[in-house]
Design a protein around this ligand. Structure first.
Ligand code: UFG
Length: 339
């Protein structure tokens, strides 16, 4: 029996593959390498001592997906494969809807036809928008997301809920807050293409000299230091939550399960706090300048993680500085590869 991991060479996917293998699962990866690199597969093998099955194709190719399901006894899927750049999604909405939703539907068709249950979906805290009350629980009302990317996440959730109800299957919707950091080995991490949008990759590229200065998008928010607050969760902790969520589905005696979990560290940090923590953790300087606000940014978002703690027996305990140390180690690995 095997677990299908789509997008398994990507940032969160690759860390989750390692945790699955460490927990004795057989892993089948499908990844089209559109936002990942083949050397990650070799690194997964170096870290775990096991080579997962790997199929490089675009999941919109249903006929190829059918062959994978024919070749392996798939008992569950963790679906990471998706386009994820918020800005790009506004410019290429049709591509985002196609890529993020067709691929999901193709996998669900296979699940439906073959009677397979256990589906885990990468969702995002973006489905809450700017919530009125902190911390954000799973019962916090959803808002129509501002970005097309966010809408694909909300639609994906709805498709899965309908799927679970109609065919009596088990699904888990995992709403990630802001994943950061890298594998402690320094061999897995985030590979931003072009100019990074996210805070930590930009901080790293500034510290290493690729970027001159970090642009801090606004210091006039209603927070203690004026910069926005997010819940930064260590990617290895996040990966572990997937294994717990999958185990929970597989062990459940119910026929239909619809799980929803917020996955965060459960505490908020401001942009300036992240920059300072990075400087302290790695003994480097990050030059920055304060710029006008970035469109679409919210003031504050952090998770109430008590449901995940209670039902998944999981908690993120890695301190911010430690995860930022692993991020820096990964950046240095990338530098060594390009020299
Ligand atoms: N920031 C900067 N400078 C940068 C990059 C980011 O000041 O160069 C600030 C942002 O303004 C924000 C914080 O750092 O206040 C975090 O920004 P990120 O882009 O790293 O993360 P976001 O919270 O904006 O985005 C995350 C996910 C998205 C998701 C979104 C929903 O990355 O996938 O939350 O709000 F859609």
């Amino acid at each position: 029996m095997a677990v299908l991991v789509t997008g398994g060479l990507g940032y969160i996917g690759s860390h989750t593959v390692v945790e699955l293998i460490n927990n004795g699962y057989e892993v089948v990866i499908v990844d089209d390498l559109s936002n990942s690199e083949r050397f990650i597969l070799k690194n997964i093998e170096e870290i775990t001592g096991k080579k997962p099955f790997f199929y490089p194709f675009d999941l919109r190719r249903r006929e190829l997906l059918t062959q994978v399901f024919d070749a392996h006894q798939i008992e569950g899927c963790i679906n990471f494969a998706a386009s994820k750049a918020v800005g790009e999604s506004q410019i290429k909405p049709v591509d985002y809807y196609e890529n993020n939703l067709f691929t999901l539907i193709n996998i669900l068709q296979e699940f439906k036809e073959r009677g397979i249950s256990n589906f885990i979906f990468s969702s995002s805290c973006t489905v809450y928008g700017q919530a009125e009350k902190m911390p954000i629980t799973e019962n916090t009302p959803l808002k129509l997301p501002e970005s097309v990317y966010g809408k694909t996440k909300q639609m994906g959730e709805e498709i899965l809920i309908d799927f679970a109800k109609a065919y009596q299957r088990k699904i888990s919707l995992l709403r990630y807050f802001n994943p950061i950091g890298a594998h402690p080995s320094g061999k897995l991490g985030e590979l931003p293409i072009g100019v990074p949008n996210n805070l930590v990759p930009y901080v790293m590229q500034t510290a290493v000299g690729i970027r001159e200065k970090l642009n801090i998008w606004g210091d006039d928010y209603d927070t203690a230091d004026g910069t926005p607050i997010r819940d930064y969760i260590y990617v290895v902790d996040l990966a572990k939550a997937h294994v717990s969520a999958l185990k929970k589905l597989m062990e459940s005696n119910e026929q239909t399960v619809i799980d929803i979990f917020n996955l965060g560290a459960g505490k908020g940090s401001s942009v300036l706090e992240v920059v300072k923590a990075f400087e302290t953790a790695n003994d480097v300087k990050v030059p920055y300048q304060i710029c006008p606000r970035r469109e679409g940014d919210i003031t504050i978002a952090y998770a109430d993680v008590t449901k995940a703690e209670r039902e998944l027996h999981w908690k993120s305990e890695t301190p911010l500085e430690e995860s930022l140390r692993t991020a820096w180690k990964w950046q240095q690995y990338l530098e060594s590869k390009t020299v």
